[in-house]
Design a protein around this ligand. Sequence first.
Ligand code: GLP
Length: 242
Amino acid sequence: MEVVITSGAEESARLAADAIEQLLGRKPDAVLGLATGSTPLPTYDELVRRQEAGRISFSRARGFTLDEYIGLPADHPQRYRNVIDRELVGRVDFAPDAVTGPDGLAEDLQAAAAAYERAIAEAGGVDLQILGIGTNGHIAFNEPGSSLASRTRVQPLAPQTRSDNARFFDGDVEAVPRLCFTQGLGTIMEARHLVLIATGEGKAKAVQQLVEGAVSASWPATIMQHHPHATVLLDGAAASLL
Ligand code: GLP
């Protein structure tokens, strides 16, 4: 794992965008793994600037999101499909339908999870996966206790995650869904390059485990230690316990 301590969120965003720019430069039809949450937003802003400057194009690229709340109405602003459209996809030149996510309104949830796995495989797998990390060490929504070999599935959200994410639901923890779809740790580990970004002191404990802890389902992100090409971009506060 390559661990880079940056001067802050802006430099982390530039480095993550550099990796995507280089990938699209050599493989314009690359498959990108896109994350939601607040951490990747500066990276997405940087990608929009680079596309506007003519440095990159997403016109032949494809994308898969990491996870999705189950049961939020189609037009809910916090549905991850809508979040990623608002924050990145609708601001750059992705082709229509080039980016997909698990269907949080599917009638048959197990079938939807299996269909999502198949769609990723049929696209040839993910070339570069952007990741954030939860304060409890989750990646995507793989909560502590997730199998290190898990695949896309339905997962109950940990109380810590619901409380962390209440800020996106006007502070109302009861409004945060209880169930989600998440790509599994085994699914994420098949991406050819993982780029995890963490900013702020709130992530310091999870980052300490990620970088220095034993690989364990108690801190799901630690599985990244076994990935042959993983980059971890940290600001000083997130790196403060290393
Ligand atoms: C969320 C998402 C994750 C994200 C993480 C951290 O619940 N499911 O994909 O990486 O928690 O979010 P944030 O970047 O807002 O701190």
